[in-house]
Design a protein around this ligand. Sequence first.
Ligand code: DSN
Length: 430
Amino acid sequence: MKTLQQTDPEVYASLHREMRRQSEGMELIPSENYVSPAVLEALGSIFTNKYSEGFPGRRYYGGQENTDAIETLAIERAKKLFHSDHANVQPLSGSPMNQAVYLALLSPGDSIMGMDLTHGGHLTHGAPVSHMGKLFNWVRYKTHPEEQGRIDFDELLALAKQHRPKIILCGYTSYPRDLDYTLFKRVADEVGAYTMADMAHVAGLIAAGVMRNPFDFGFDIMTTTTHKTLRGPRGGMILTRGKPGNPLKAVEVTRENLPTVIDRSVFPGLQGGPHMNNIAAIAVMLAEAATPEFKAYAKQVLINAKTLAAGLLAGGSKLVTGGTDNHMMVIDSMASFNLPGADLEKLLDKVAITTNKSVIPDDPRPPYSPSGVRLGTPAMTTRGVKEEGMKKIAGWILDAVSALDNEEKLKIIREEVRKFSLNYPVPGVN
Ligand code: DSN
């Protein structure tokens, strides 16, 4: 990055410091990961110069022979990887992706069901502070944390019959278990609702076949960001069943027309020009996610999560739902150490272990200072850490808690973490 270094030393200095931070520390935020050098190259490419409003073969600007090829490649790779009939790869990220679905299928005031935010649902799943939370009638279902996070489907069905939602949404941002798609589909069929799964957190694990795919259970729509377990650039995708049509022509909202209805909701409904450098990088990521190496990676993510969870439990931590079935876990930091999540996050920052505070089910504390902390294994698994390393990481987390006010001890832990981390290079950082 010699040009950047010369032309903008301030930005370069921050970038350089961030490279050091990422290399010398451990990334345990479950929604973060490291992209490959090939993804970085596509992302930093001259595709960023191009406006491409519209869809492959149907654009509002000239000069699209290469952008059409790239977007078509991304669409075809996404369909194959996730077994969908159609894919829209234009959403700029997770929030517009979900909004595009809601705005395509619902009218203001319509009912939709999603998981309560404190039980693991995302902000875009109807949290009252979000615009979508205000626009639609969100009916929020909850989990049973004492029963391994079980969702009560009798209760879900009763709520669905009462509110007649048009969409039943499952998926999560902070829930350490797998979902029973058959039961969601059964409830949706009873009330004539569309089924939508926001798989942003686990799409990579689904692509690799180590977690269940909602389409194999008859779901209508799956959304996912592209930068978490999938290891792509920041972005979003909407995958649907149905018959692809001409997205420049309005059609009736039906199951069969979902591809067209969703495409039109993304553009021109919600967004303008897609970011073609991002779509090029998404195409690269989708090819990587179809390899045997990626499958092995995804398997290891799950093994590592179980190992990290076991290490924390053995050291006296209390985990929400008692453990994990996926790539993440949530420490109830108040119940475990009488430490608010924000304090535990800050403490772990001191030893170069990056995590993020998280609400726990029906959290009595506010979201900015909640009762828990979320951890996940996707990023450190990308760097090559396996079970032995995960046991060490659990040990350092527990040691940091024991050394709470002991700055000297915390410095020693930080140095151990630094040395360990440097043995596992960050892809793309030399
Ligand atoms: N903000 C993301 C996460 O961290 O889980 C969800 O999109």
